[in-house]
Write a protein that binds this ligand. Structure first.
Ligand SMILES: Cc1cc2nc3c(=O)[nH]c(=O)nc-3n(C[C@H](O)[C@H](O)[C@H](O)COP(=O)(O)OP(=O)(O)OC[C@H]3O[C@@H](n4cnc5c(N)ncnc54)[C@H](O)[C@@H]3O)c2cc1C
Length: 405
């Protein structure tokens, strides 16, 4: 039972319960297992939308201590079945969670906007995707979309390379630049049946196909001014983007740790069933016990780092006063995610070596985990960026104060 969920439930008037959380998570996981077997993800999304799980951001708004462990539990569990699908769902969670817990009182328009958005998501049971508008140009960090003021509202044009959950989402959070003004966040409706929104091909059509990650294009899309969540001029815009990133990196870590946990369980199952020629189960061999123990220690250490991110995010209570705490949370989440994804890759590789070629036979979950786990290190922040930031901090003498001071 998720105790934090239970606490938040009591605070929100008891519309849900800890036992219900567990039941719903089991129902969603069962539906995902069927969906993967039948190759029809609609089975999962139908079951998932029928639960309260995607809409935790409503009752748990402004309550990181409840929301973080609940989101962790969901993406960790789904990540044990399909990291790709869990990644699509994680996109919904990090965006809605960041909006739900961002202390925006200093920007009254943003504060109103975020509550309206949360009410809409929970009342209409909507799923939310996000794109940072990155494209694969020849310069790192290039973005492919732009917004211009047009009449009373805005006109959006251009393309973005990455949008997970692209065909399943009802809303899209778009990070782009308003000409001559700077970075801004918009929320877009009517993705699927809007001729000015072109949901394109899969970007990752093999291993990560179940993440539904696609190109998305905007063909002079006109938006009302109400679609602007936070404007370039607001001092909170940059902070919200960093805050979202802290949630995103931490939950990506949780997702891939779920993949690692499942690989550990596959080792347990295999070593329990398989016997040596002397009839002794492999699980009784000292070498197997020691090797598995090492993997468990790596998992536990990485998990502790990811779980700590919840507390780091919760320290952001008022802005701009707690800007430094956002920086700290974001740094902590980068490090935790980096470590979790590396550990997950190592554990899945170890599981594959122990189980052997049958990892790829008879529809073993290890086959899917093997091909999807490697995407953890590729985003949202690529390892090369995290390494350079931390390396610079050490060499400039600011690392210990920034991270532990
Ligand atoms: C499966 C998946 C799903 C995604 N879904 C979404 C989504 O729904 N919405 C969204 O907005 N984004 C999404 N993304 C994109 C993600 O948020 C990042 O923008 C993306 O992963 C960054 O990877 P890139 O290859 O574009 O990085 P780039 O920034 O283009 O970097 C490419 C490579 O250059 C090197 N490099 C980069 N920076 C440096 C540096 N400072 N120093 C040295 N070398 C460097 C690294 O080797 C790096 O791998 C997704 C990504 C993946 C992998």
């Amino acid at each position: 039972m998720n105790a934090a969920f239970l606490d938040a439930d009591a605070r929100s008037g008891g519309s849900t319960s800890g036992a219900r959380f567990d039941d719903e998570l089991t129902a969603a996981t069962d539906a995902l297992a069927i969906a993967l077997r039948e190759r029809d993800l609609a089975i999962f999304y139908r079951a998932f939308r029928a639960t309260q799980l995607p809409f935790l951001c409503g009752p748990m708004r402004d309550d990181v201590d409840a929301l973080f462990p609940a989101c962790f539990a969901v993406v960790h569990r789904l990540g044990g079945l399909s990291p790709a699908l869990a990644l699509a769902v994680e996109n919904h969670y990090y965006v809605t969670s960041a909006v739900a817990t961002f202390p925006a009182a200093a920007d009254p328009a943003l504060e109103v906007f975020r509550h309206r958005l949360l009410d809409r998501v929970t009342d209409a049971r909507l799923l939310v995707a996000n794109t940072n508008s990155k494209i694969h140009g020849t310069r790192l960090g290039e973005i492919g979309t732009a917004a211009h003021r047009h009449g009373d509202g805005f006109r959006i044009s251009g393309k973005a390379a990455y949008t997970s959950l692209a065909t399943e989402a009802d809303l899209l959070v778009l990070l782009t630049e308003i000409a001559d003004e700077g970075t801004a966040l918009f929320v877009l409706d009517r993705l699927r049946d809007n001729p000015a929104v072109v949901i394109g091909d899969y970007l990752l059509p093999t291993a990560m196909i179940d993440s539904d990650t696609r190109h998305i294009g905007f063909d002079d899309l006109d938006l009302p001014k109400e679609a602007l969540a936070t404007a370039a001029g607001s001092p909170l815009t940059a902070l919200l983007i960093r805050f979202e990133m802290a949630w995103h990196q931490a939950l990506i870590g949780a997702l891939y740790l779920g993949c690692a946990a499942r690989a550990l369980d596959e080792i347990r199952r295999f070593a329990g069933e398989m016997r040596g020629r002397d009839g002794v189960p492999l699980a009784k061999l000292d070498g197997m016990i020691v090797d598995t123990g090492r993997l468990a220690i790596d998992y536990a250490t990485a998990r502790a780092a990811v779980e700590r991110c919840g507390a780091a995010i919760a320290r952001v209570r008022a802005l701009p006063r707690d800007s430094e705490a956002i920086e700290r949370a974001s740094n902590e989440a980068s490090v935790a995610k980096y470590s979790a994804c590396r550990v997950a890759e190592a554990i899945v590789t170890a599981a594959r070596r122990i189980v052997g070629a049958r990892s790829f036979a008879g529809n073993s979950v290890l086959e899917r985990l093997s091909s999807e786990v490697m995407f953890g290190v590729l985003g949202p922040e690529v390892g090369a960026v995290t390494e350079r930031r931390l390396g610079k901090q050490v060499l400039e003498g600011s690392f210990f104060a920034r991270t532990f001071g």
